[in-house]
Design a protein around this ligand. Sequence first.
Ligand SMILES: [Mn+2]
Length: 359
Amino acid sequence: MRLLHTSDWHLGRSLHRASLASAQEAFVDHLVSTVVSERVDVVCVSGDVYDRAVPPLEAVELCSSAFARLRSAGARVVVISGNHDSARRLGFGSSLIDASGVFLRTSFDTVDVPVVVDGVPFFAVPYLEPSSLGFGSHVAVLTAALDRVRAVASPGSVVLAHCWVAGGEASESERDISVGGVSRVPVSLFDGFGYGALGHLHGAQVVTPTLRYSGSPLAYSFSEATQMKGSWLVELGGAVEFVPAPVPRRLSSVRGTLPSLLSSTELDGVAQDWLSVTLTDAARPEQAMERLAARFPHVLVLSFAPAGLTAAEGTYASRVRGSDVEVAQTFVSHVRGTPASAGEQALLAEAFEALRVVS
Ligand SMILES: [Mn+2]
């Protein structure tokens, strides 16, 4: 049995100002051709199929054609919802669509009802929102889910899950799932399965030889610039191989004064990259973006860090770094001159949590 483990497609997402629609289409093409060339039996999509609960129509169309093409190429497809997906929207019609060999699993109710392909059970554990299921934390809800799975699973079973396993390394583009509870869950939850196909973290990583993150197929933030993107090709009970995904354009970060960036020959190699530029000129140069664009046509992020700026002032970018709640607290301090009280902090946390659960 050969699996192709992928996750975190985030269809509909862009990279700052750059559309990634054609890059996402190219990834789907690559996935379909891998299924054919490697004779893949099952494609596991471990959550965050879409970037948003209500994705753009182009993303819905790409997703629909991706599932149909993977199935036509000969694979069965098992999909779970992630924290970016609307579970109920992604799961629409799943009981009807099952008959086609594409299995959408988006509910706590079905975690212990495996999808069985050629005798191998696939247990699909979607992202589970602790509070809406009556649990106090991610550990509690995932423990409950995996206890139910373990009660019926055989040793060679495959499990899909969308969560943050302790030891996994995060990037900037995963939406925080730690608000209001403990985010990381122990690796031991996944002991004893034939293979664990994880989603959520955007860097491909090996937690244990049989428990892996595939990571996202494209870099969705500059913090992922050096990550190799792709999917895992898994011979169940045997070898695992990384299949690199097509790279639409490299991401690089450069820093310096505007004149130095415009003249340095060392930067010839990154001129066509998607760039994050930090200008260190003491005074903000006029028309910096236009002047940079003459040499670097794909600047996506421009920030200013003048040499000599005090740490307390900080750049605008540094002040809006952090979780939504942290940014809101900094804003309160900034406009009022005094920090948010404990009660106000709790109120802010509650408001953001409510927003996140609704979406
Ligand atoms: Mn996620």
